[in-house]
Each structure stands twice: as structure tokens, then as C-alpha cells.
Design a protein around this ligand. Structure first.
Ligand SMILES: O=P(O)(O)OC[C@H]1O[C@H](O[C@H]2O[C@H](CO)[C@@H](O)[C@H](O)[C@H]2O)[C@H](O)[C@@H](O)[C@@H]1O
Length: 249
């Protein structure tokens, strides 16, 4: 396991945060996660301390993120960078659901109609969640891989241990981080990214190349992250320590 992360210098860092499994404990259903007042306050303070150089970089849609963290709104790259909100109160650049994905989503919803499987339709991304029905994971992956062969090129399948997502090739957290880093208030700072998942590895690569540092939450194998924390609690503790250190200084 990589070593624990060093402290940030808030004056010259830009912080990028994954959400599920990093800031929030997983739940059986995507809507069942809990955002505590402490987490909301911590993020608001970090946003202040970093002069706004803080953004969520998540697989969720921005609308969902806003609902979860309300009334807090942060700069956000949603849908693995297919959606952006570049200012906390700015416009959201939305990504629509293409007809091919609509047809496939309806097919898959019909297949799992009576099962404890949640189909999340996120514009051009389709997620099948099997956390509440692990025995249907293999079937879900097979369905999506079958569909991949029929779809126009430009999609890929990302399978996890509690579900599978079908997404456009350009959906990548690394690209989202690079986009933020090219603009104020991120430009000129060192990027730092916390994430817990395979889909976050691409973000780790981007911050490593950008002269910053990468932190993997609960690593369970090979990772590009240079540092690690053991779990969500460890991630929140580390973030909390950054706020405390700033207050003491
Ligand atoms: O990039 P992230 O912020 O980590 O988002 C990744 C996916 O998170 C959500 O699904 C995951 O969390 C759910 C709640 O714990 C859990 O039920 C599900 O099994 C996980 O896959 C979200 O629903 C997805 O849209 C995100 O892509």
C-alpha cells in the first residue's frame, strides 16, 4: 500500500475530489448515500481555504451531486467529465442521451424489471447497479458487452464489483482535471486528486503528470496513486487535518 499523504499547502494546491467511496460511504442504492453536515461544512471550508480551487470529479450527474450536497454547490465535472460546471453557480454543460442509449436502456430495464437491480440513465452513460443483487452482476456485464458490439464505435465498458457502466470513450476524469487546471483559480497550482476506484486511475495519472499528487482511498491492487488512505474515514480525517493546520497557521 502506498504511504499516507503529506499535508497540502492550500496556497499552491488545487484539490479534486471523487465522491462515492471517497467522501461518502457506499450504500445499496445510489440515492441512499448520506451526506452529513460535517462533510458539507468541511467542503465549504476547503473551498474557502483553497481560494476556490476545489472541484468534484465524479461519475454522477451534476444534477444528482447538487441534490445530494444542497445547498452547497461546487465546481464540478460530472459523468466522468462529460458534464462541467466551471463556476460554483455557473451554467451546467449537459450531455444528452443519444437514441442508441435510450433503446438499450429500455431493453435492459425490461430485462431486469422484477429484479433488485437499479438502472441509472445518465445521458450518454448507462449504469447498471447490482450492489443489492450481486448474483446479477455477471449477467449485467454480459448484456452490456453484447450491446457494445452492436453500438457505433466510441463506447467502452467499465465493470466494477457492484455494477457496470457503458460510456463514451471520451468520458475520462484525467481530461476533466486537465480542463480545470487550464483555468482560474486552478491554473498555476499543483493538482491533488483523491479517488477510490478504477475509474479514478486516469485522474491519478493526470495529476502525477501535472506535478501534483494522487491519493487512493482503500487501494485493493495496483494503483498509479502515490499515496493512500485506508477508507472514507481516513480520507475525511486527512481533509479535516488540512483545514485544522490552516487554522493553526
Ligand atoms: O466517481 P464517483 O463519484 O465515485 O461515482 C461513481 C458512481 O457512484 C455511484 O454509484 C456507486 O455508489 C452507489 C452509492 O454508494 C452504489 O450504490 C453503487 O453500487 C456504486 O457504483 C453513482 O450512482 C454512479 O452514477 C457513479 O458513476
Amino acid at each position: 500500500m502506498p504511504p499516507p499523504p503529506p499535508d497540502l499547502n492550500p496556497g499552491d494546491c488545487a484539490l479534486f475530489l471523487d465522491i462515492d467511496g471517497t467522501l461518502l460511504e457506499h450504500a445499496a442504492h445510489p440515492d441512499a448515500v448520506v451526506v452529513s453536515a460535517n462533510v458539507r461544512d468541511l467542503l465549504a471550508t476547503l473551498q474557502h481555504d483553497l481560494d476556490g480551487a476545489l472541484a468534484f470529479v465524479t461519475g454522477r450527474s451534476i444534477a444528482t451531486v447538487d441534490r445530494l450536497f444542497a445547498p452547497l454547490k461546487l465546481r464540478t465535472a460530472g459523468l466522468y467529465g462529460l458534464e462541467h460546471r466551471l463556476e460554483p453557480d455557473g451554467m451546467v454543460e449537459l450531455a444528452d442521451e443519444p437514441p442508441d442509449i435510450t433503446a438499450l436502456a429500455e431493453e435492459i430495464e425490461a430485462e431486469f424489471a422484477q429484479q433488485d437491480v437499479h438502472i441509472e440513465r445518465k445521458g450518454p452513460i448507462l449504469a447498471i447497479h447490482t450492489r443489492a443483487a450481486p448474483h446479477l452482476l455477471a449477467r449485467s456485464i454480459a448484456l452490456v458487452e453484447e450491446a457494445l458490439a452492436r453500438l457505433p464505435s466510441g463506447y467502452r465498458v467499465l465493470a466494477g464489483n457492484a455494477g457496470v457502466e457503458l460510456m463514451p470513450l471520451e468520458a475520462a476524469k484525467g481530461a476533466a482535471i486537465r480542463r480545470f487546471m487550464a483555468m482560474a483559480p486552478f491554473r498555476g497550482r499543483h493538482p491533488v486528486f483523491l479517488g477510490d476506484d478504477t475509474s479514478d486511475e486516469n485522474g491519478f495519472e493526470a495529476v502525477n503528470q501535472g506535478g501534483g499528487f494522487s491519493i487512493r482511498v482503500k487501494p485493493d491492487g495496483v494503483t498509479l496513486a502515490r499515496y493512500a488512505v485506508t477508507d472514507v474515514e481516513g480520507a475525511l480525517d486527512w481533509l479535516g487535518r488540512q483545514v485544522e493546520a490552516r487554522r493553526k497557521a
